[in-house]
Design a protein. Structure first.
Length: 123
């Protein structure tokens, strides 16, 4: 039986094998990942979305991490009227804060643009 002694062919086979192992690993990781959410969220994956100088808020659980996505072109804040949370979100960015520990409705506004108001429902 003749052995293949061409180093280029051997390296090519090793490279192909390594690529297959990596692809298999990625495939298995994708199959085994699970998405856990502590609260409902909008299609953007955010609990509060800022778009066109308006808020869209989905309910969150008490103490949950709240994600705010600013899809606009200017900076905004999410400031609770009762002072329980206050966060600044730059244009095109996202940020997080911890929801209040007590269930209820929390009115909030943008301190830069006071006409922007909404309510965060904490369950």
């Amino acid at each position: 039986m003749k052995m293949d002694t061409n180093p280029r062919k051997k390296l090519s086979k090793i490279t192909l094998l390594a690529a297959l192992v990596v692809a298999l690993g990625i495939s298995l990781a994708a199959c085994s990942s699970s998405s856990k959410s502590s609260s409902p969220s909008s299609s953007s994956g955010a609990d509060i979305t800022i778009r066109d100088f308006a808020f869209t808020a989905t309910p969150v659980k008490a103490g949950a991490t709240v994600t705010v996505q600013n899809t606009g072109s200017v900076t905004h804040t999410v400031t609770a009227n009762n002072g329980s949370f206050n966060i600044t979100i730059d244009a095109g960015k996202s940020a997080t804060f911890t929801a209040p520990a007590t269930a209820g409705s929390y009115k909030f506004h943008c301190s830069i643009h006071p006409q922007m108001v909404s309510t965060l429902t904490v369950t």
